[in-house]
Design a protein around this ligand. Structure first.
Ligand SMILES: [Zn+2]
Length: 470
């Protein structure tokens, strides 16, 4: 496992008396800045103790001296991007031939037996790969939906916690679950499902051991029964009660495909949102992956409830699931976040490219004028923060965490471009040059300090081959 040693945000001060402005960093005069709010950051940001203390308009200087200045004149500055839906373990089954050309249900049926072989070492490698890739794409906070706990992998979430800490990111790790196996009319093989009491007890343990509250949280835990066709209504209700008891978030897949809608009508006699409401999930504690197939009435109800939808455009195109109605959801009051989804249905974990996909897919539904690069970037930042229930990240503003993504535009693909912020998405930026999490640089010059990527790729590739070989 490569160590994820990272460079400190500021150089140690040698003298005993603090120098003027010590510990204060001015990220100065970015080429362009997107704050995800009304603030103008053309003059840059001041950062102290891992928090943004000033947002400077054009021509403004910091109110007090800064010992360190980072010249950002070649960088487009964004709030750190936030990923709201993923299955890190699926990086081991990217572009696997048997499911390259299938829709969701046969895709799952083929993959479940392969995924059931997942070991703790595999999950550690897969999580490191997914998070490294996300971090290099400008992501600073990532959610994962992990619902596979075969024998030997009972501590899967604990494995993921260690990797997140090593890489220095923030994460919302959800304790997923599957309880409805094939024998009971569900989709997953029986040996991949767990008993409800085991799931609930492990959920309690994880919340108690790892869930951090308040500003600057590094690890948070959510509860995430997998989907209507892989869990019982009881585990949905019990998870909602547990989330209420511990004040944590709820996550699940919903309204992803027409197959799923048909399953809900046949099994429960309900459409997806009626099902969601019937198990106590229609509220602002919930964020839903996909949300492709909602009718007008359902959009209004989700908006009134403040339920968030994690838009996963690449996955929806890859599996031909459909085009979600994200602008209408947002206008109705349902926040919209962005997710790359698990790497067997994307198959990249690149969040800045996902914002590009969201821009273009939503333009197909709403036209070019309604869906701007700023709107797509808003989903990847402010909207995603709301999905995860966070008020300390997702925008550049005083008091917010110093989580930043910075991109240079000196690649061939940007040559001849004019508006820097638009160029980021229209020309297809795919790699951040600098990424900061809580005041510490985690990506420097487009690389992860301390992470041996060739060694990681070699070990991960070997694990992926072993896994599909059986
Ligand atoms: Zn998913």
């Amino acid at each position: 496992m490569p160590a994820a040693a990272v460079a400190p945000a500021t150089a140690p001060v040698a003298s005993s008396a603090p120098a003027p402005g010590s510990g204060r960093l001015w990220v100065k005069n970015p080429l362009a800045a997107f704050t995800a709010n009304e603030l103008d950051a053309a003059g840059g940001l001041v950062i102290e103790n891992g928090v943004i203390t000033e947002v400077l308009a054009a021509g403004q200087s910091p109110a007090a001296p800064c010992a360190e200045v980072f010249d950002a004149s070649a960088h487009v500055l964004l709030p750190g991007l936030i990923n709201t839906h993923h299955h890190f373990y699926q990086t081991l089954t990217r572009a696997w031939a048997p499911v390259v050309n299938t829709p969701l249900f046969p895709w799952l049926k083929n993959l479940y037996p392969v995924w059931a072989r997942l070991t703790p070492a595999d999950l550690e490698l897969a999580t490191t790969v997914a998070l490294s890739e996300l971090l290099l794409s400008g992501c600073t906070t990532a959610a994962d939906h992990h619902y596979l706990f075969p024998d030997g992998l009972e501590d899967g979430i604990d494995v993921q916690v260690d990797v997140v800490r090593k890489l220095g990111m923030r994460a919302m790790l959800t304790r997923g679950s599957m309880t409805l196996g094939e024998d009971d009319g569900g989709l997953p093989p029986q040996h991949t499902v767990q008993a409800p009491d085991v799931i609930l007890e492990d959920s309690r343990r994880l919340i108690r051991d790892y869930h951090e509250r308040g500003d600057g949280a590094v690890i948070q835990i959510g509860l995430a029964p997998c989907s209507p066709f892989s869990v019982t209504r009881d585990i949905m209700r019990d998870s909602a009660a547990l989330a209420e008891e511990y004040d944590v978030r709820l996550h699940t897949h919903l309204a992803e495909t027409m197959d799923e809608e048909a399953f809900c009508l046949e099994t429960f006699g309900l459409r997806t949102v009626d099902y969601l409401e019937s198990v106590g999930w229609l509220g602002n504690r919930t964020w839903l992956a996909h949300g492709v197939h909602f009718n007008d009435d359902e959009i209004a109800r989700l908006g009134a409830a403040g339920t968030t939808v994690a838009h996963c455009p690449t996955s929806n195109m890859r599996l031909a699931s459909g085009i979600g109605r994200m602008a209408e959801l947002e206008d109705a009051g349902a926040p919209v976040g962005l997710g790359v989804d698990g790497s067997a249905s994307n198959d990249a974990s690149n969040l800045i490219l996902e914002a590009r996909q969201a821009l273009y897919l939503q333009r197909l539904r709403y036209g070019a004028e309604a869906i701007t690069p700023e709107r797509a970037l808003g989903w990847a930042t402010r909207g995603s923060a709301r999905a995860l229930g966070r008020k300390d990240v997702g925008e550049l503003a005083p008091g917010r965490q110093a989580d930043l993504a910075m991109f240079r535009l000196d690649d061939l693909r940007f040559s001849g471009s004019h508006d820097p912020l638009s160029a980021l998405l229209l020309c297809g930026a795919d790699r951040a040059d600098r990424v900061m999490v809580g005041g510490s640089w985690r990506v420097v010059d487009g690389a992860l300090p301390g992470v041996d990527l060739p060694a990681l790729i070699a070990r991960h590739t070997a694990a992926a081959r072993r896994m599909v070989a059986g």
